[in-house]
Design a protein around this ligand. Structure first.
Ligand code: PLP
Length: 428
């Protein structure tokens, strides 16, 4: 076993962490174990998790039910290729996903990560139009401040400027970007906020394969919550002009925004939907792309009836077993009340941050609380302060945010909100 000292040394020497440099290595905290909402460091210090390991941990760490589902599956078969074989964990999960996602989404394509689920969605849209004899429709219309992942297709529909990928701009396909929906979640809808999107879609309809957006909550691109009416207008116009709609629910899915899927805020169903992150309750990487009959039939009856994608670890049985257990836990609890309670507490307890000098805005939706700073957060400075408070909060850009596991108690959540207030009030 490595000593903590060795672990840190090996990490420094050999490991790349997300969005980091080797010449200016990030401070990393060695984790020994985790249970419930607590992440335990090598020195024994326990942190309350405010991040759900990036939107994914719903029921807490080391959950006995999910642990058992994985070990049971491990004793049957850990992995088997999905070409020519099928298995119960995948079949069961696909049926559940079709039942709980918006009406009409009837077919499920599994992949390993959110970014790949987005690639698959984009390929589905392009192949659909190819099959309809409209191979020129390869452009996507997306929203500014959007985030859809780190692979090439996904990068090409992320915000081209404020996004993290502008340095790759020259090597990406060029798509269209509508203005950020200016109308906020709780505001009365102003039809003028739809004008730019509407104009772009109408002008370019002949070449657009699909609209791709994050419904209601723009996550990593700005933590922006926009009006459900905007989403409704998008669906209506896509219907009218016969353009496909892809909803990227990778961050918003599985109750995070107060609805099981964010599309439900506008009562709409997309043609294609991407899910990932919380799908396995934060246990194992797994993602899926769902589509409706129009897309699946359109592709399958076309010139090239075979959908051209197939990851090696497609529908991994361990991941599907974890997802089945996580979804059973979610659907058999009153998660709506849990999320509502978290929402009310976040609203009450983050609101005082608004008066702090460094703070530009405070907003909450479902189990997502955001304190927007006036300047980008200095993560390297803030992170140790959060850890000293016994909480795990990882700011990103101008956003200090919370999206705790749904099982968090009132006292534990209070530690997170008080910790944020204390640390943010020290920002000069
Ligand atoms: C995280 C995220 C992705 C990418 O998922 P990965 O699993 O990190 O590849 C795509 N879209 C949205 C909205 C996300 O939040």
């Amino acid at each position: 076993m490595l000593s903590t000292q060795q672990l840190i040394e090996f990490d420094r020497e050999y490991l790349w962490h997300p969005y980091t440099s080797f010449t200016n290595p990030p401070v990393v905290f060695p984790v020994r174990r985790a249970e419930g909402v607590h992440i335990e460091l090598a020195d024994g210090k326990k942190l309350i998790d405010g991040m759900s390991s990036w939107w994914s941990v719903l029921h807490g760490y080391n959950h006995p039910v999910i642990n058992k589902a994985i070990t049971d599956q491990l004793n049957q078969v850990a992995h088997v290729m999905f070409a020519g074989f099928t298995h119960e964990p995948a079949a069961k999960l696909a049926k559940t996903l079709v039942e709980i996602t918006p009406a009409g989404l009837n077919k499920v394509f599994f992949s390993d990560s959110g970014s790949v689920a987005v690639e698959v969605a984009m390929k589905m849209a392009i192949q659909y139009w190819y099959s309809q004899g409209q191979a020129q429709r390869t452009t996507f219309l997306s929203l500014k401040q959007g985030y859809h992942g780190d692979t090439f297709g996904a990068m090409s529909v992320c915000d081209p400027h404020s996004g993290m990928h502008h340095l790759f701009h020259q090597s990406l396909s060029h798509h269209l970007f509508a203005e950020v929906p200016a109308c906020k979640f709780n505001e009365k809808f102003d039809e003028r906020s739809f004008a730019n999107f509407s104009q772009l879609l109408q002008r370019n309809r002949q070449k657009i394969a699909a609209v791709i957006l994050e419904p209601i909550v723009q996550g990593a691109g700005g933590m922006h919550f926009y009006s459900p009416t905007f989403l409704l207008r998008v669906r209506e116009l896509c219907n009218q002009l016969d353009v496909l709609l892809i909803a990227d629910e990778i961050a918003t899915g599985f109750g995070r925004t107060g609805k099981l899927f964010a599309c439900e805020h506008a009562n709409i169903s997309p043609d294609i939907m991407c899910i990932g992150k919380a799908l396995t309750g934060g246990y194992i990487t797994l993602a899926a792309t769902l589509c409706n009959d129009k897309v699946s039939n359109g592709i399958s009856t076309g010139k090239n009836s075979v959908f051209m994608h197939g990851p090696t670890f497609m529908a991994n049985p361990l991941a599907c077993a974890a997802a089945n257990a996580s979804l059973e836990l979610l659907m058999n609890t009153d998660w709506q009340s849990k999320v509502l309670n978290i929402e009310q507490q976040l609203k009450a307890e983050l609101e005082p941050c608004r008066t702090l000098a460094a703070v530009a805005d405070v907003r909450v939706l479902g189990a997502i609380g955001v304190v927007e700073l006036k300047e980008p957060a200095k993560v390297a400075e803030l992170q140790p302060q959060f850890v000293a408070q016994g909480i795990w909060v990882r700011p990103f850009g101008k956003w200090v945010y919370l999206m705790p596991p749904f099982i968090i108690s009132e006292q534990e959540l209070r530690k997170l909100t008080e910790g944020i207030y204390d640390v943010v009030s020290n920002i000069a």
